[in-house]
Design a protein around this ligand. Sequence first.
Ligand SMILES: Cc1cc2nc3c(=O)[nH]c(=O)nc-3n(C[C@H](O)[C@H](O)[C@H](O)COP(=O)(O)OP(=O)(O)OC[C@H]3O[C@@H](n4cnc5c(N)ncnc54)[C@H](O)[C@@H]3O)c2cc1C
Length: 416
Amino acid sequence: MKKVVIIGNGAIGLCSAYYLQKEGFDVHVVSACKEGAEDSCSYGNAGMIVPSHFTPLAAPGVIRQGLKWMLKSKSPFHIKPRFNKDLFQWLRLFYAHANQENVDRSKHLLKDLNLTSRDLFNSIQEEESIDFNFERKGLLMLYQTAKYQEEEEKMALQAKALGLDVSIKTKQQILGLEPHLTPDVLGGVLYKSDAHLNPTVFMKGMETILKAKGVHFHYNSAITGFSSHKNSIEGVYTSKGKIKSDEVVVCAGTWSAALVKQLNIILPMQSGKGYSMTINGVPKNLQHPSILCEAKVAMTPMGNHLRIAGTMEIAENNLCINKNRLNGIKEQVPKYFQNFESDWFKHITPWVGLRPVSPDGLPYIGRVAKWKNLSINTGHAMMGMSLAPVSGLLIAKSLATSSPSLDLSLLKPERF
Ligand SMILES: Cc1cc2nc3c(=O)[nH]c(=O)nc-3n(C[C@H](O)[C@H](O)[C@H](O)COP(=O)(O)OP(=O)(O)OC[C@H]3O[C@@H](n4cnc5c(N)ncnc54)[C@H](O)[C@@H]3O)c2cc1C
C-alpha cells in the first residue's frame, strides 16, 4: 500500500485525505495544530459554497477599487505596505492578471469546480451520514445603490450565460425571502445554484470519519524539513521526528509557500486576512446566506446562529486583529437590516483567519515537475471551503491514475 503524507488538516487536507483513502492509499495527515484545535482558516469562515463566484479575484476594476479602499481605515480591502520581495512579486503578477482575459480563461473552470464540489458535499453528507447543516437554498447578493444594482445585474446575465440558475429580485421580493431581519435594500440577485454549511461541524465530522476509516493523524507535528534523494522526497521531518512517505501532498494553506521554498519551488502567495463573528442563538435570523455588496460582508445562517464575515487584508502571516476593520463590519450590518440590533455583537469573540491567496485567483492543484512524488493543493483564497471536496478528489485521482478527469493545466503549481 503506498503511503501518502498530507501536510495540513484544514478543509483541503481533510478532503484530500478522504479521497486518497478511498483510492486505497495509506494516508497520514501531519499538522502543526493540537488535536481538537479549531485554529486554521477552515473553521470560522462563512461556509458558503459558491458556483456564483466564477469571477477570479484578479479581474478588471479590482485594482482601481482596491486603491480607493486603501485610503479608508474601515474598508473591506487593504494591502499592508511593506518592503518584501514576495509581496512585490505577488503584486506584479496580480496586476498582470487583473484583466478580462484572465476572467474569460478562468470562469468556466471555477464554475465547474464549484458545482462539482457542491454535489460532492451532498454525497459526503449522504454516504457518511454526517450532518454538517448542508443546505441548498442559494445565495443572495443584496445591494443598496444603483451602481451595485447595475454591476450585479450584469453579473447575473453572465451567470445565466454560463448556465447558472439565477434570478433578479425586487425589494418586495427580497422582503418576502427575508421576513425576519427586514432588509433595507434596493433589490438583490438570488443564485439558486449556491449552498451553505457549518464549517466547524463539517471539519469535526470529517476528522472523525477519517479516523474511523484508518487515516492516521499526527498532531502538534509542524513540518520542519524534507528528506530527499535525487528528485524524490523520501519523507518529512517534523517537530516530533521523521515520517517516511511514498508521496507528499502539501495542503498547508497560507504556510505552503514557505514550506515548498525549501524544495526550490516558488509558489507566489499572500495571506488574505479576514474576520468573522458568530451570533449564537440570534433572536432573528436570515433565511439565505447573503452578501452585502457595497460593504463586502458575508452573512450565513447556521441553524439558529448567524455568522458575519468580511475583510481581505493582504498582510503578514499573523493573527493580529485590526479593530478598525472589525468595527467596519459591525457598523455596516445594521445599515442593511432594519431589525438587526448592534447590541447582538456585544460579548462576541471575533475569529480571524488567513486565506491562501494566489495572484491570478486560481488555486494550485497538482503534481510539481521538479519532484516526482510531490503534489500541491492550496491557494484557494475565498473559495477554500467551497472547493475543498473537488480539490481533494482531483489530487486523489492524479495520484491514483496520473490522469485526472479535468484538465488541470490552469491550476499547475509551477505556472508562474
Ligand atoms: C473571513 C473568511 C471567510 C471565508 N468564507 C469562505 C466561504 O464562505 N466559502 C469558502 O469557500 N471559503 C471561505 N473562506 C476561505 C476558506 O476559509 C479558506 O480558503 C480555506 O479554509 C483554506 O483551507 P486550507 O485547508 O487550504 O488552509 P487552512 O485551513 O489554513 O489549513 C492549513 C493547515 O496547515 C497546517 N500547517 C501549516 N503549516 C504547517 C507546517 N509547517 N507543518 C504542519 N502543518 C502545517 C495548519 O496547522 C492548518 O491545519 C473564508 C476565509 C475567511 C478568512
